[in-house]
Structure formats: structure tokens, C-alpha cells
Design a protein. Structure first.
Length: 158
């Protein structure tokens, strides 16, 4: 049972990371309608991953208790107490799960860096075009305040 949950979680995490890479591509191409669809898929995937993670953790806790390990018992201690083929398979899946999590974190980092770079570039361009909006102004409370009261709408067409 734990093995099946781990396989499914690795698969979902791989799909999640791939979808995040797709978000970067769609933002770069300004394909906003497709982006909305992908973001909806990401929300659904994250819900699935969260529920699967809870189920996997509950199954691990029950196996840990059945193996006579306390609440401090680690996954590696549990695997060491299992029969050789099962223990080895679970250890391999544990490694795959860690790699899948690292890939998701990496794609999150790339997405964050990409969006931050776009935001910084746009801010610099706007500061050059509209110098009176340059820099930050602060209220007497110390919070940042907009330099000008009017909104700017930017529309680009090709």
C-alpha cells in the first residue's frame, strides 16, 4: 500500500514540475488564456498531492507503529526492518520521491526568478519613461506609498 502511494506521489510531483515549466513558457509568450488553464491544473494537482501526502504519511505512521518503532522512528529504520525485496523497493521510491521534490523546488525557483526578472525589468522601463514615478515614497507610518495616484495600463500588440 505504501509503495503504491509513493509511486503515485512521484508521478504527481513530476507532472506538477512539468506544468510549472509550462507556466514559464506561457508567461514568456503572453498566452494568458492557456496560462489560466494550466494554473487551474496546478491548483488541482496541488490538492491531489496534499491529500496523497497525508495518506502516505498516515500509512507510514501505521507501519512504523506495527514495526515497533516509536514516533521518532525514521523511514530508514522502518525499511531496515522489512523483508529485502520490499525494503529495497521502498528505499528506491524514497529516493525518487526526494528527487521529485527537488525538481518541484527547482521549477518553483526558476518560475520565481523569471517573474521577478520580468517585474524588475518593467519597473526599470517605467522609471525611465515616467521619471516622476521613480523610487518609493513612504507614508508617516513607514509603509510604502505609490509615487503617483493614477494607474498605468500597458498594452502591447504585435
Amino acid at each position: 500500500m505504501l509503495k503504491g502511494l509513493m509511486v503515485k506521489e512521484v508521478s504527481l510531483l513530476a507532472r506538477f514540475a512539468a506544468r510549472q515549466e509550462e507556466v514559464i513558457r506561457l508567461v514568456a509568450k503572453s498566452e494568458w488564456l492557456k496560462l489560466e488553464k494550466i494554473l487551474s491544473e496546478l491548483r488541482h494537482l496541488s490538492t491531489q498531492i496534499e491529500s496523497l501526502e497525508e495518506e502516505r504519511n498516515a500509512r507510514f505512521c501505521s507501519l512504523r507503529g506495527a514495526a515497533g518503532l516509536g514516533e521518532e522512528g525514521s523511514f530508514l529504520q522502518l525499511v531496515a526492518r522489512l523483508q529485502p525485496p520490499t525494503g529495497g523497493e521502498l528505499l528506491d521510491l524514497h529516493r525518487k520521491l526526494k528527487i521529485a521534490v527537488i525538481r518541484v523546488k527547482g521549477s518553483c525557483g526558476r518560475l520565481e526568478y523569471f517573474v521577478q526578472s520580468l517585474s524588475d525589468s518593467l519597473t526599470r522601463v517605467l522609471e525611465e519613461i515616467l521619471p516622476y514615478r521613480k523610487g518609493k515614497l513612504y507614508q508617516h507610518t513607514g509603509r510604502a506609498k505609490a509615487a503617483a495616484g493614477e494607474s498605468i495600463v500597458i498594452d502591447k500588440s504585435y
